[in-house]
Ligand binder design. Sequence first.
Ligand code: ADP
Ligand code: GLC
Length: 476
Amino acid sequence: MTKSLFVVSECAPLVKTGGLADVAGALPAALAAQGIAVRVLLPGYRTVLKQIGKTKTVARYDALFGGTAKLLACKVAGIDLLILDAPHLYDRDGAIYGDATGQDWPDNAERFAALCKVGAMVAADGVEGWRPDIVHGHDWQAGLTPEYMMALGVDAPFVFTIHNIAFHGNANAGKLKALGLDPARFHADHFEFWGQISALKAGLVGAAKINTVSQTYAEELLTPEFGIGMDGVLRARQADLSGIVNGIDLDAWNPEADPNIKTYKSPAGKAANKKTLQKTFGLGASDGPLCVLVSRLTEQKGIDLLLDALPALLDRGGQLALLGSGDPKLEVALLEAADRHENLSVKIGYDEALSHQMMAGGDVILVPSRFEPCGLTQLYGLRYGTVPLVALTGGLADTVINASPAALARGVATGLQFFPINAQALANAFARLAALYADSKVWKAMQRNAMKQPVGWETSAAAYKAIYDSLTEKQT
Ligand code: ADP
Ligand code: GLC
């Protein structure tokens, strides 16, 4: 049985700011079904330590970037975890990447270097006699792992999954010594990036194989527009780069057995949930489609485009219920817009249960992102018969079948896509939406198609296994 160690900064259900946590929480079980045993190495943030029950201390570190630390083994929600309990790095008020005001922690470089270093040590020495065949890091927080593996002489291959290239994890060059990195490798061929230490680049350069979370994003990443400075590095590694689309946890997101909603098997069952949702959001009844959006509120997510295009939805009797948090400017702009429109309602915050109710009660899930490596909410939407209206980019391009005349004629459409990614094209898509929604036969067919899409992990887990096998020479 192949053993894989995930090095990752979030993992659902323990700690989550976005889709990374969903993937880290669901992929291990999907890999187990492929005969791969995964242990997930996760920082022992205060919120994580509060939730885990009984643990076993499997290693101790006397001096880990300025303090002592322990490695705790435990199992939560079926996931085999190794929790790095380092109070000087992770036991603090505020969020996992920054303080309560949203400012990044000044020692983030050390906080995640520690995670990487411990990952490398587990790969070198094992814990409880368990030593991984593969070390699998996710995003920049795991990027320095291959540097420490190299220093310790570990020969297990490192696989690096890019969930979002926008975050580079840069640190000042003055931190080279503090991070215990080899100054000789502070070089453009290794982890130096425009005079800084780049954890992301270290991962890209040090990985045996790199993948990202959709095929289209894998191609987009090679261009300056999407590569955000790393496109050159990625072009150099193109032969080892692939795209594997994310799945979703079919048990956690199941309209037939979801404790947060009135469960249903066919699109007809959505009507009762729609009524409840309208009530929750203080929206009245309307003939138009009820759109929902659940998201971090950042530049990436195209919320500003949506604000500009909204009249094209609302003037046609459409409605929007939005749940999100993030950039304070976007939060204010959304709340102000909601004050002006009776068919727009906004809740600022993070609410897992409500996000399920929105999938169940919405007619349409909106994802107007400028870029989207994969995106998960459109996948939830498909499973709940909530038709996705998405930007044509990244994983949104790969998972939704646009209601083009050809797709409608063949009866295969599952949603709507718009391109170019600007407010005008989104407004045009709202006009198309109104027409499709008004034709209840066409609309129901789209909903049924959506609900039939395979959105689980099976195929993608097999693709990860193929990568692992190619590195451990277990090809069959
Ligand atoms: P990203 O990882 O870029 O944030 P994804 O679509 O991959 O985007 O994943 C976002 C995840 O976070 C989804 O599971 C989504 O439901 C969840 N999410 C985002 N914002 C909220 C919120 N305010 N309340 C509840 N869940 C949220
Ligand atoms: C990132 C991306 C998102 C993706 C998620 C999980 O945060 O923004 O598109 O679905 O990671 O891979």
